[in-house]
Design a protein around this ligand. Sequence first.
Ligand code: SAH
Ligand code: SF4
Ligand code: F3S
Length: 412
Amino acid sequence: MKYKIFTFGCQLNFDDSKNIEIFLKKKGFINAQKLDDSDLVVINTCTVRQHAEDKALSLIGSLKRWKETNKDRKLIVSGCASEKLGEELKKRFEFIDYVIGAKSYNKIYEIIEKEFPQKPINTNLNLNYDVSAYQTISRGCNMKCSYCIVPYVRGNEITIEFKKIIEEVYKKAKNNVKEIILLGQTVNSYFDRSEKKDFVDLIREISQIDEIKIIRFLSSHPLFFNEKFFDEYRRNPKISRWIHLPLQSGSNRILKIMRRGYTVERFKEIVKELKKIDTKTSISTDIIVGYTSETEEDFLMTLNAVREIRFSFAYCFKYSPRFNDKEPLTISVEELEKRHQIILSEVKKIAKELINEKKGEVEEAIIYKGSSGKTHTGYNCCIIDSREVEGSFVKFKVTEIKNNTLYGRIYE
Ligand code: SAH
Ligand code: SF4
Ligand code: F3S
């Protein structure tokens, strides 16, 4: 049996897909090279912006011929757009076999068992993880930012048990993983009530696993930074020196109606503290332009914040209304496009300046494959004279910057 999985959206969706893949491999399935070879197709969808939903829908549409050529083939559409559209999806694409919403993602396992009842043949499967692996620590979100559909399609936040996470990370560490990327919509709000363990406790416990050399996490929410985290950041060198911290807007008025719960001043304070603890800290972010009622002035405040904070990178999004008549777009599409272009070119300019400052610096990096890897500070790198093995942690001196990548030589 052969499968193909298409995944849209965020890392959480990619981690869910990875787990489905492991499940299928244990049942003896193999990854199909071509669509026409596959007996099962899973499309794991996203709906955070209309564009994401449209891409998934158009892929589904393109599978009609594949599905109708052979009725035994199974098509499962899962994820966030499935949760939002539900039965509507089945009506529109009557050839879909199953629609599974993100809230009931576990159903996919039952359905695969039902459709493909063969027993697992490969329970001792060599899991073959890469050097870097995701670890979901919470699902859903309790925040309800005004523009965001995630809490509605993924539900309220559910934290994965502390012990279970440690067990899974441990298993990954025994299977070659050296870098763990903790995932959650507000990853740093993690709290296991029965064990009374928070995000910092989790990081501490994971750092005890020798094989794990670096701990990254996303996305952090500014609301959940505290002294306990800053202290840990100070004393724990395994914590990534690159932190993704979404700002969304540089206008306090907009942040307030977005219900983000912090001000630009508080955001800057957090960045300042992180950089005070380690000057190498690099911060990336998410920004939305053109949110409901955003004036030229609000927009200029965002532009200003971008100039002041100097992000190593920023994902800039054009506001995409998700709730029918509520929170509409209040500027023209041309104006939205214009603001997006302006912020994007500023972000790129600053990112370029920052990466160029790395020339001559000594950086630490984890090697992923051959000579390429990622620095502690989150930059892609290529170590020209690397004789190191995958997963090792090296120091190198940056000699050149090309295509957003730091090139350098081992530094002893
Ligand atoms: N939980 C994360 C964000 C998850 S969604 C956090 O709070 O940081 C990823 C990003 O998509 C958000 O940070 C936001 O910038 C963007 N986004 C969410 N809803 C959007 C919408 N309706 N239109 C445009 N961008 C949106
Ligand atoms: Fe959406 Fe806000 Fe939750 Fe992030 S924190 S997933 S932006 S509601
Ligand atoms: Fe998209 Fe769902 Fe992630 S809406 S961004 S796949 S949580």
